[in-house]
Design a protein around this ligand. Sequence first.
Ligand SMILES: Cc1cc2nc3c(=O)[nH]c(=O)nc-3n(C[C@H](O)[C@H](O)[C@H](O)COP(=O)(O)O)c2cc1C
Length: 324
Amino acid sequence: MLAPMAGYSDAPMRQLAAEQGALWTVSEMISARGLVLGGENESLNLGRPYPGEQGRVVQLFGADPEVLAEAVRRAEAWFSPAAIDLNMGCPVPKVRGKGGACLLQTPEVAYDLVRAMRSATSLDVSAKIRLGWDSDRSLEVAQGLAEAGAAVITVHGRTSAQRYTGEADWAAIARVAAAVPTPVIGSGDVLSPAQATERRALGVAAVMIGRGAVGNPWIFRALAGGAPAVPDAATRAGTALRHAELQDTFYTAPDRHRPGELRRASMRPLRKVLPKYLPDLPELHPALLQAETLDDVRAALAPVLATRPAGPRGPAVGVAGSRA
Ligand SMILES: Cc1cc2nc3c(=O)[nH]c(=O)nc-3n(C[C@H](O)[C@H](O)[C@H](O)COP(=O)(O)O)c2cc1C
């Protein structure tokens, strides 16, 4: 599964992951209040699917049962998700006072939220937790979430206090998987297909991959079909360009200030992503880190793209459409 990652797991990244075999993907977190108050174009982009998208979970954060229930109704109507997830892991202060990992301190509030969300939809409602706020309470919290009706529970094997430091505690994740009746997905530090396979064997229903999939959608292909994990530089450059093309297609929109004209998508949000496709070619990074337009990305990648063998330019190393 592709993990929810604010600033990363948008429609273009989800599309590349799904094409390479990711079974499920999760949107970036979306503020329930933002959705309900409406008019936030950004929230719409956060939840909007790409054409034909399937198997995508929409993640909401919030702390008020009524607001979350209404947000679930809107998310279902607007974004056609496969399921709805409650964020109980974000340690960022902006989110904390309003939900996220804060809910690990008052889990009974989270149980009420799950019940309220379930009452608003017939879709599955899941929750994604960390081990606890500053100590491991994951067994108790997961049990309570299961009793409240969460269909799936994802556990990121760190406390909120740890943020992203230290190592994810997969023994703790395995304890939760063994104890609760609902499927448990494990998250944290899966950077290679071999690690994913090892961790699957700990009894989790699935493994979630976040940072290990940035600039590396092939990690899902390797898991789905056993094909070699990382293709050659020309293929990776082709996929980096495709990521930029998907960005352009998804975010280019009518210009509100100049009727009849389009406002082309900026490549700025991809500056942190594109070099990750080509870690072995640092000489290309300065140009990628300054790219503003799709043409800039094309020009930056040109030296490597020129080495690609002639042939159809579809999704790189295609298992397009196959969802293992
Ligand atoms: C940049 C970034 C953004 C994240 N955003 C979210 C989010 O919106 N919702 C969420 O539940 N987790 C979020 N996470 C946590 C990831 O989903 C995941 O649990 C964590 O990164 C550990 O997995 P990894 O080592 O495979 O990245 C984020 C992580 C990162 C690095």
